[in-house]
Write a protein that binds this ligand. Structure first.
Ligand code: HEC
Length: 101
C-alpha cells in the first residue's frame, strides 16, 4: 500500500512539473513558441513593404531557409533596413512551421 502511495505521488509530481514546462498556446488552435511568435511579428513588419505578405504555405521549409536571408539582403540594400541574424532565425522558425508540406 505504501509503495502504491509513493508511486502515485511521484506521478503527481511529474504531472505538475510537466505542466509548468509546457508553453501556453498563444492562440486557441496553434501552439506557437515565443520564437515563432516573434518571427511572425517580424515577418509582418519587414516583409510587407515591397510585395505584400506571401502566404507561408507558398514555399517549402527548405525554400524559406534560402529566401529569408536573400530578402534580408534585399531589404538592406534597397531600403537600408537591416534585419539581424536572430530576427531572421525567428522568421524562419515561423515560416518553416507553416510552410508547404
Ligand atoms: C526591398 C524590398 C523587399 C523586401 C523588404 C522583401 N522582399 Fe521579398 N522580394 C522582393 C523582390 C523584388 C522580389 C522578386 C525578385 C526576386 O525573386 O528576386 C521578391 C520575391 C520574394 C519571394 C518570391 C520569390 C522567390 O525567391 O521565390 C518571396 C517568397 C519573398 N520575396 C519573401 C520575402 C520575405 C520573407 C521578406 C522579409 C524577410 C521579404 N520578401 C522582404 C523584394 C523585397
Amino acid at each position: 500500500m505504501k509503495k502504491i502511495l509513493l508511486f502515485t505521488s511521484i506521478l503527481a509530481i511529474a504531472a505538475c512539473s510537466k505542466k509548468i514546462n509546457s508553453i501556453a498556446p498563444s492562440e486557441a488552435s496553434v501552439a506557437m513558441s515565443p520564437e515563432m511568435a516573434a518571427g511572425k511579428e517580424a515577418y509582418e513588419k519587414y516583409c510587407d513593404s515591397c510585395h505584400g505578405l506571401k502566404n507561408p504555405a507558398s514555399e517549402s521549409a527548405a525554400e524559406w531557409r534560402e529566401i529569408v536571408p536573400e530578402m534580408a539582403n534585399m531589404s538592406k540594400s534597397r531600403k537600408g533596413i537591416a534585419i539581424d541574424e536572430q530576427t531572421q532565425q525567428q522568421m524562419i522558425a515561423y515560416l518553416v512551421a507553416n510552410a508547404r508540406k
